[in-house]
Design a protein around this ligand. Structure first.
Ligand code: NAD
Length: 256
């Protein structure tokens, strides 16, 4: 279904981004990965379906890096059709204890990076009359949790950014939407599981159960593959008129 389309997925060496990149490739897209860590392993996963998959090492906290990455994608693949703004980090602390440097990093990586990537990618999409921007927000784009002020502010911000950009592009053939996952068992969440296990003096399985029970009525993690299929739907012709949504896949988290 995505044959002939090209995709850039930020933060796709791990977790949700890697799941989305792999699934976009499975559906025929040519994919550029981005992110740190085990790049070779991530490329191996995606090259099963897209032998030409590439990686760009941009640090998305740096606007100039983002511009270079978008241009590299356009040059290497000829265009950029699908932009998935997924890179994100977390830090948990109350406002008065929140390290200023962590606040700035979360704003840069979880929010401003999406603005910069869209700023660079939208002109090409509009010229060609087709494009998809998918911003990975969070249940925390819709509701808050204590201790996550920067993350919640950035994710609420990305939901607002998504709506504004969707309206600006409503007649252009480019859609802009957000996906709002609940708990997904990735390295980002495993750190919070570990912290919960240490705090409560329980094992890994019990810490996961408690984390889910606090927020996610389904008591099951959403998987990267499930989120990826939603992203594929948003790229499909059936979603041509889906614009500016913040689509939950959160096991009932935000229905409460
Ligand atoms: P993860 O830690 O598994 O992956 C994060 C990715 O971002 C990695 O590839 C990492 O290398 C990359 N990254 C981090 N900083 C970067 C930077 N400065 N420049 C470039 N790449 C960078 O995390 P994940 O859980 O897969 O999270 C992906 C997205 O999904 C994030 O935006 C996160 O907020 C969101 N999200 C996750 C959950 C969850 O439960 N895991 C829930 C809701 C939303």
């Amino acid at each position: 279904m995505l044959t002939g389309k090209t995709a850039l997925v930020t933060g796709s060496t791990s977790g949700i981004g890697l799941g989305i990149a792999r699934t976009l490739a499975l559906h025929g897209a040519r994919v550029m990965l981005n992110g740190f860590g085990d790049v070779a392993q991530a490329l191996g996963v995606v090259r099963e379906f897209d032998p030409g998959a590439a990686h760009h090492g941009a640090d998305v906290s740096r606007p100039a890096d983002i511009e270079t990455m978008v241009r590299a994608c356009e040059e290497q693949f000829g265009c950029l059709d699908i932009l998935v703004n997924n890179a994100g980090i977390q830090h948990v602390a109350n406002v008065e204890d929140f390290p200023v440097e962590r606040w700035d990093a979360i704003m840069a990586i979880n929010l401003s990076s999406a603005f910069h990537a869209m700023r660079c990618a939208l002109p090409g999409m509009k010229r060609r009359g087709w494009g998809r921007v998918i911003n990975i927000a969070s249940a925390h784009g819709l509701v808050a949790s204590a201790g996550k002020s920067a993350y919640v502010a950035a994710k609420h911000g990305i939901v607002g950014l998504t709506k504004a950009a969707a309206l600006e592009n409503a007649t252009s053939g480019v859609t802009v939407n957000a996906i709002c996952p609940g708990w997904v068992l990735t390295p980002l969440v495993q750190k919070q599981v570990d912290a919960r296990a240490a705090r409560d003096g329980v094992d890994d399985a019990e810490a996961k159960r408690r984390l889910l029970a606090d927020k996610q009525p389904s008591l099951r993690f959403t998987t990267p593959e499930q989120l990826a299929e939603l992203a594929v739907f948003l790229c499909s012709p059936a979603a041509d008129n889906v614009m500016g949504v913040a689509w939950q896949m959160d096991g009932g988290w935000t229905a409460q």
